[in-house]
Design a protein around this ligand. Structure first.
Ligand code: MGD
Ligand code: MGD
Ligand code: MO
Length: 785
């Protein structure tokens, strides 16, 4: 079964983001998911006090919300969860896993919510219904037979603070720190980089800072698709004439213009807000060079001002009192010529100087960034380079200024806060041991890339997935899928069927859970849950919709069930009490992390929630030396596997990114409205000059081949070439389809985040398949202007 998209086309999008296009897109998904009955009522509660937290992105939810506090993609995510469609036991009786592996990601999830606990039956290659009790007991038996270090406990960043806290305790009481999570593919470069530079692993900016800032820098984040609610504070900042300076290889529509779908006058009138005031189309992996250029211009201005006896440009008092490493950083900046910086960033010297000029004039600057920075070989250095820029003028630790990583999953930051990490040094071991009477294992566990290696070499034999679509999200798909079948135990807790579930291990279970929009009743009492957003704000929520099926259990209940079956009474963890009453879980969280969660039960209801303490925001630097650190990047090339200007003229640098119609591996549809692509995802965006130079034409079908480690063939396609406004030498295509191109070892040093934004690839003419033909962008539709 494959979807046919008879109207594939490419027409550059000329309108603003938001607006009627966005309203139309929401209505069509509500219709398709047959969620028009339930979803509108639910949407009124989305991101509201006593409502539920949007299941889409992690952007902060204001304490004083708009009438409709959701965006186009948040509404899609709600409809996706509240769908009337079901993937029930009958469905599994009709389809074998071999057959389902031929289905697209879209078709699998589009079939609706899972309804029953399922066990894989290898004889018939099908999932068959089972009972929860049978599943818990059998999984417990398997876990007891495996050695603790042979099992990985993966978490995708949605589960609540309560479920996440229980999950990591389960893993540790079982005897392992193997807690890979989605953050390992995402903002781990942030956690490592910011911790070293400013002594906190998270951003320092809060929503209130948007009201005070007088300048915003934006690096490698596609706000219009991936955190659209942030367009509101950006729009308000623009109304105050706050400059917004963008660094992105693509001209992303949401970063250029925005119409607020909640404003009647804007919807009816011609007005839209111009978001960017400067738009720098930096080369992929060229940000370190670009920021170095800005620093070079600032140093020059500073020296000139000092010579003239004028007010210096840098904040020397702040640098002296609060930082270390300034001199080494200056020496490094001086060591690079403008030619070096221009060549690597593909930006002109004047554009870097223009950005520096606005920076120098501003008193309260914030830097916002996303995957365009973290998913590089030197992603940690990238993040630290942004901090360097802020430190030059004391732009951390005052209102309106700071660093703002935009996290992905809605509770991914919170999961880390309550112990989901492979590093036991990051959890309060003594408190856990004293309270629960077991020894926290001291051996460092496996993060995502290590888990993949372990599955490949057979040392990881058991995998438990708390949400997510691990096998589809990780790199090197063609090597991971066959290796996965070697697992002895494979347990997936999920709301919908995805590709990971189609690769069975020896003993495999698929356990369906409640989504967080749904009412979670435990012994007759509806439960409340908490999350932490991208700005470190912790809040209580509760579900409002009727559960999709009677058999569904909450994630907390499933963890409790599995833990009890595995650990019995070995440890002093009251699993069943916790399952019945999440207040008790919160009490335990507050006991283990009192600095952050004291008095949580009342504070979580405060307007907008409560903020975790962030010493850096008070200019207290919890680094080794007690000072904020200027960090010198090891090199200008963020991806030293291959750089532009090498001998391989046939190689371009590929970034793998999201369309406007997906949430990670969940494909809502085949349109990427803001980029003008409709009816297909099988495309590669290229610069017009590269298309001609490499001997191709727009609309031509090509396969993409990874150009490093030639002895291993990594290839995807055929994809259709789109002539796009992207710097020369750069290319883009969609994740997860392009994941087979990313070698597992091609990851950021130290944070191990797969370098998904810079894969060197070559292109090869190919014949389209039947399927490709049906979804082909017709000739003549390939006109950029
Ligand atoms: N609707 C929706 N919302 C989402 C998600 C989703 O899939 N759909 N995913 C969620 C998750 S888990 C995450 S992590 C976030 C992801 O949100 P983003 O951080 O926006 O991630 P991507 O879509 O991968 O886009 C990366 C952006 O970086 C740019 N870029 C790529 N390489 C470079 C570079 O070298 N330098 C610079 N300056 N820019 C670069 C790309 O052009 C693109 O605009 O969104 C979250 N929110
Ligand atoms: N090439 C490339 N690869 C990437 C990226 C990239 O930019 N390029 N981005 C990376 C990033 S930033 C991330 S975060 C990862 C994402 O990796 P994951 O977090 O593993 O993947 P998702 O696609 O978010 O997971 C979707 C599945 O989660 C399940 N699900 C949804 N809601 C719930 C729930 O409430 N509970 C439970 N238990 N399950 C639920 C559904 O079954 C759904 O199929 O991918 C990474 N991979
Ligand atoms: Mo992410």
């Amino acid at each position: 079964m494959q979807l046919i998209h008879p109207t594939a086309h490419f027409h550059p999008y000329k309108n603003a983001s938001g607006g009627w296009g966005s309203a139309h897109s929401v209505m069509s998904i509500l219709w398709r998911e047959q969620a028009l009955g339930k979803a509108p009522a639910a949407l009124m509660k989305q991101n509201k006090p006593k409502g539920f937290a949007c299941v889409s992105c992690a952007w902060a939810k204001p304490g004083n919300p708009h009438a409709l506090e959701f965006c186009e993609n948040g509404a899609k995510a709600t409809a996706w969860e509240l769908t009337s469609l079901r993937t029930d036991a009958d469905f599994f009786a009709r389809h074998t896993l071999s057959e389902l592996r031929g289905w697209s990601d879209y078709d699998l999830e589009q079939h609706g919510r899972l309804t029953h606990p399922l066990r894989y039956d290898a004889q018939i290659d099908q999932y068959v219904p089972t009972t929860w009790e049978e599943a818990y007991a059998a999984i417990g038996v398997q876990l007891k037979q495996l050695a603790s270090d042979e099992v990985a406990f993966y978490a995708s960043g949605r589960a609540s603070l309560e479920a996440s806290f229980m999950y990591q305790l389960f893993a540790r009481a079982y005897g392992t720190n193997n807690l890979p999570d989605s953050s390992n593919m995402c903002h781990e470069s942030t956690s490592v980089g910011l911790q070293e530079s400013i002594g906190v692993p998270v951003g320092t900016v809060t929503l209130a800072d948007f009201e005070h800032t007088d300048c915003i820098f934006f690096f490698g984040q596609n706000v219009g698709s991936n955190s659209p609610r942030m367009l509101h504070p950006l729009q308000e900042a623009r109304r105050r004439h706050v400059p917004i300076i963008i660094f992105n290889p693509l001209r992303e529509r949401g970063l250029e213009r925005f119409v607020n779908p909640q404003s009647v006058s804007e919807m009816l009138g011609p007005s839209s807000t111009a978001i960017s005031t400067q738009y720098h189309q930096v080369a992929i992996g060229g940000d370190t060079a670009a920021v170095m250029g800005i620093a070079k211009a600032l140093l020059f201005m500073d020296r000139q001002a000092m010579e003239a006896g004028a007010q210096p440009v840098l904040d020397h008092a702040f640098i002296a009192e609060h930082t270390e490493g300034f001199d080494a950083f200056v020496a490094q900046v001086d060591g690079y010529s403008w030619d070096d910086l221009v060549q690597r960033s593909l930006l002109s010297r004047s554009s870097m100087e223009a950005a520096a000029t606005v920076y120098a004039r501003s008193q309260k600057v914030m830097i916002i960034y996303g995957m365009g920075m973290t998913q590089h070989r030197h992603g940690v250095g990238n993040v630290q380079m942004l901090v360097n820029l802020l430190l030059l003028r004391g732009n951390i630790g005052k209102p309106g200024a700071g660093i703002c990583p935009v996290r992905g999953h809605s509770n991914v930051q919170g999961q880390r806060t309550v112990g989901i990490t492979e590093d036991p040094a990051k959890v309060p071991k003594d408190r856990i041991e004293a309270r629960f009477g077991f020894k926290v294992p001291s051996k460092k566990g496996l993060a995502t890339v290590d888990t993949c290696k372990g599955i490949q070499d057979g040392s990881v034999k058991g995998f438990i997935g708390l949400g997510g679509n691990f096998l589809r999200a990780v790199p090197d798909t063609d090597r991971m899928e066959p290796a996965w079948k070697g697992l002895t135990l494979n347990v997936q807790v999920a709301t919908k069927l995805n590709r990971t579930h189609l690769f069975a291990g020896q003993h495999t279970w698929l356990l369906p859970c409640l989504g967080r929009i749904e009412i979670d009743q435990q012994d007759g009492t509806p439960q409340v849950y908490t999350t932490e957003d991208s700005t470190g704000c912790i809040r209580a929520w509760q579900g409002h919709a009727q559960p999709a099926a009677e058999q569904l259990r909450s994630e907390a209940a499933i963890i409790a069930g599995l833990a009890q079956a595995t650990l019995g009474d070995e440890v002093r963890i009251p699993w069943d009490d916790w399952r019945r009453d999440y207040v008790k879980v919160r009490q335990a969280i507050a006991d283990i992390y009192p600095e952050i969660f004291h008095d949580m039960e009342t504070r979580m209801w405060e307007e907008g929630g409560f903020h975790r303490p962030l010493p850096a925001a008070q200019r207290k630097w919890a680094t080794e030396s007690g000072k904020a650190q200027f960090k010198t990047p090891s090199r200008l090339d963020e991806d030293d596997d291959v750089s532009l200007g090498t001998d391989r003229r046939d190689v371009v640098q590929l970034m793998t990114l999201r369309s406007n119609d997906q949430f990670n591996t969940t494909v809502y549809g085949y349109d990427d409205r803001f980029r003008g692509v409709h009816g297909t995802r099988s495309v590669v965006f290229l610069n017009r000059n590269d298309i001609v130079r490499l001997g191709f034409a727009p609309g031509q079908w090509v396969t993409l081949r990874t150009a490093i480690e030639p002895e291993v063939r990594r290839e995807v396609g055929p994809f259709q070439i789109i002539d796009y406004d992207i710097p020369e030498g750069c290319a883009a295509s969609y994740y997860p389809e392009s994941n087979p191109l990313v070698p597992l070892w091609h990851h950021a040093e130290r944070s191990k985040v797969p370098a998904a934004k810079s894969v060197p690839v070559s292109l090869h003419a190919a014949l389209p398949t039947e399927q490709n033909r049906r979804n082909e962008i017709p000739d003549g539709d390939q006109v950029r202007e």
